[in-house]
Design a protein around this ligand. Structure first.
Ligand SMILES: [Zn+2]
Length: 390
């Protein structure tokens, strides 16, 4: 021992530390008076238990999660009554686990989740009337009222019958004490001198906590199911609405096309939604209006040609409008198709007879620099050349 005195890792140094840690007599004292085995065992057990009891107590006092646990009756080496399960079936073990989690503050409620940003709200997801904290869960949530009446009623009745008069109204007239009774009835050890009553209360509160937990889970499942059904219905309704919108072929819009009304392009656009630079708004609607604006610049024959071309072009698109495609669908295809109809309408309406006499008016209408108007101008010039040169 004297050889290894300075070595902190030696056996004797460790023994010296252990003795000091638990407040046991130092080595030299034990060497002088060697204690009897039985009395030494007794002293060691007492000192070790005492050390851990005080450590546990200090730890528990600093932890807010243990505020509902009775720490006065900690006994080292003896389980908390929550684990006194006579019937060791799965369901009874589960009840003890739930109660132990509530007791140790590890049973997470929505108010706890919200604190750690794991839930967007601290509100009870069932009733949404107030925060889901330990009081709300055990005593207040109206949606668990039936389970509470069923399982808490007998606990209250048992206390009233087995304690002196006025114990219940005198002691349990506030929520905090009722919560303490439910979570750890050892708070009232002095009151419940009958150990059978303590055991009954412990077992009953285990059952109550478990039932509240299960009830909550079941209702949340129902709520989730309802939310899902509602969401499905909303999606379905949205689809139906969308399909109604998409499939709607407005006869008024068709009538506008038959009359060569420029507004046809707008109602067609409402259905197809090819955008501002799409054919319907970017070309059809724009040039329909520009031909109207520069109408007076055309010769009489040119005006007749416009009166003929306008309905020819809109009528040619009725079939496309009646296809009822979804927003943004086949916009390029629509543009190509529409441009192809131009040539036929121009020629059928006698373009070759009016082209040369109305060329300056045509230029006024087509004096745009965007892509579609350039295409249109090239197309008209090409058709005009064919009129002239065959
Ligand atoms: Zn609630």
């Amino acid at each position: 021992m004297s050889v290894n005195f300075d070595n902190p890792y030696s056996f004797f140094s460790t023994i010296r530390e252990v003795l000091a840690k638990y407040g046991l007599p130092p080595l030299h004292q034990l060497q002088e008076t060697i204690p009897l085995k039985t009395s030494w065992k007794f002293v060691v057990t007492k000192k070790v238990n005492n050390h851990w009891y005080n450590t546990l107590l200090d730890d528990a006092e600093s932890k807010t999660t243990l505020k509902y646990m009775d720490t006065k009756h900690f006994v080292i080496g003896i389980n908390h009554p929550v684990w006194n399960i006579h019937d060791k079936t799965k369901v009874h073990i589960r009840k003890a686990i739930i109660k132990a989690r509530i007791l140790s503050g590890t049973f997470i409620l929505d108010s706890d989740r919200a604190k750690f940003n794991q839930s967007p709200t601290s509100l009870c997801q069932l009733c949404r009337l107030s925060d889901e904290d330990i009081t709300h869960f055990h005593l207040d949530c109206p949606l668990s009222a039936k389970s509470r009446t069923t399982y808490f009623g007998p606990i209250k009745e048992g206390i009233i019958q087995n304690t002196v008069a006025k114990t219940w109204p005198g002691l349990f007239n506030n929520k905090l004490d009722i919560i303490r009774l439910i979570i750890d009835c050892r708070h009232f050890t002095q009151l419940f001198t009958d150990t059978n009553l303590m055991e009954t209360i412990e077992a009953s509160t285990r059952k109550l906590c478990y039932r509240l937990h299960i009830k909550c889970l079941k209702m949340l499942k129902v709520v989730d199911g309802l939310k899902k059904t509602l969401l499905d219905q909303q999606i379905k309704a949205k689809d139906i609405c969308l399909s109604i919108v998409l499939s709607s072929v407005d006869p008024k819009c068709v009538a506008k096309a038959n009359r060569g009304n420029c507004q046809f392009y707008r109602c067609f656009e409402q259905q197809r939604q090819c955008g501002k630079s799409g054919y319907l708004i970017g070309y059809g609607y724009k040039y329909c209006n520009r031909f109207k604006s520069f109408y007076s610049s055309f010769t009489t024959a040119g005006k007749k040609w416009i009166d003929c071309v306008r309905p020819c072009l809109t009528k040619a698109l009725i079939g496309k409008y009646q296809e009822s495609l979804g927003p943004g669908q086949k916009c390029n295809q629509l543009k190509t198709y529409a441009f192809d109809t131009h040539v036929k309408c121009y020629l059928d309406c006698g373009f070759c007879d009016v082209y040369t006499s109305n060329i300056s008016a045509l230029r006024k209408v087509l004096s745009f620099s965007d892509l579609l108007s350039t295409d249109a101008l090239k197309q008209i010039i090409k058709v005009g050349k064919e009129c002239i040169f065959g």
